[in-house]
Design a protein around this ligand. Structure first.
Ligand SMILES: Nc1ncnc2c1ncn2[C@@H]1O[C@H](COP(=O)(O)OP(=O)(O)OP(=O)(O)O)[C@@H](O)[C@H]1O
Ligand SMILES: [Mg+2]
Length: 306
């Protein structure tokens, strides 16, 4: 079974307007809500392409309830840890020209609630499972939490992938996860120096060797990806698509990859690339669509460099 873990989910509320004008009353033409979070997005894409996963996340208050309702509607399986405080909300005001993102402050997760998430992982994970731990941490949790998550997964013989940034990623890699999926900026921050595309291969090799990570998937946005898997380097050019939005391309890439990784590395990479490209074809929060993935996968150019 594939599990995803989103420690810091949010309820994203989109307000569509024509224009944001000061001191005027603005008519909201449409509102839309969306259960957001990087692990949740991975689960959503896995579902879309015909797989199953269980999204683990702490959820609280009426926002948490609404998110459960939305996930139910989308038929995304989840295992929620009920927490005391309201799950945070982001308000995204989308005008014809601009997007204004208002991130409301999130409440801290208490130590006992954190322990519940850890208990959930210890109870639910079985040998041979996959865990994808993605995104930021809520206030109150130290970055070493990411190290703890990797340790628990590894102790259960679970393949754990981490997709996060900054200190969280630094703590996670110390425990040698099975995989990481940084974009080039996250990889630069991890090694503490700006990397250009020409330097990605070497940086991935260094990170893989230093921390014992066998799957280093570096995504390069519109420049494709370079992945180091079990000592081999694979490069994929971006599939040519009409780009409408970039949100969730990395999450979609990772969803495709983990869906097939246990069967075939090359098929996993092809599916990852198709899912990433399919995600950017859609506006806003809409992730990859299966029909696009099925069509685009035939166009993947995968090169095994060494
Ligand atoms: N413009 C594009 N054209 C084709 N494919 C793209 C494009 N942008 C992204 N992709 C695909 O999606 C993958 C992931 O993109 P990217 O590197 O932007 O992820 P990311 O920065 O982690 O995104 P996020 O965290 O928002 O999900 C790329 O490796 C590529 O396969
Ligand atoms: Mg990303």
């Amino acid at each position: 079974m594939i599990f995803t873990l989103t420690m810091n989910p949010s309820l994203d509320r989109y307000l569509y307007i024509d224009e944001l004008i000061p001191d005027d009353s603005i008519r909201v033409k449409e509102t839309q809500e969306y259960a957001a979070g990087k692990g949740i997005d991975v689960s959503r894409v896995i579902k879309e392409i015909g797989g199953t996963s269980i999204a683990i996340c702490p959820l609280g208050g009426s926002n948490g309830e609404r998110m459960e309702f939305m996930l139910d509607n989308e038929r995304v399986l989840y295992a929620a840890v009920r927490i005391k405080h309201e799950t945070r909300m982001n308000i995204i005001v989308q005008s014809r020209k601009n997007q204004y993102r208002l991130n409301l402050p999130g409440k801290a997760l208490s130590e006992s609630e954190y322990e519940m998430v850890i208990d959930m992982l210890k109870t639910i994970l079985r040998k041979g499972d996959t865990l994808v731990a993605s995104g930021s941490l809520p206030p109150g949790l130290r970055p070493s939490v990411y190290g703890d998550i990797v340790k628990i997964a590894k102790s259960k013989d679970v393949r754990v992938y981490v997709d996060t940034d900054g200190d969280n990623l630094k703590e996670a890699v110390k425990e040698g996860p099975f995989g990481i999926k940084p974009n080039i900026h996250e990889l630069s921050r991890l090694i503490g120096k700006e990397i250009k595309i020409e330097g990605v291969e070497k940086a991935a090799e260094d990170v893989a060797k230093k921390y014992g990570i066998s799957n280093v998937l570096v995504t390069l946005g519109g420049d494709g990806s370079i992945s180091l898997i079990e000592g081999h380097i694979y490069s994929m050019k971006p599939i040519k698509v009409k780009v409408k939005g970039g949100v969730g391309a990395g999450d979609s890439f990772l969803a495709g990859f983990v869906s097939k990784r246990d069967e075939s590395i090359e098929d996993a990479l092809r599916l990852a690339s198709a899912c990433g490209a399919a995600a950017v074809m859609n506006e806003g929060t809409t992730l990859s669509k299966k029909a696009d993935v099925d069509r685009l996968i035939k166009e993947v150019e995968l090169v095994k460099i060494k």
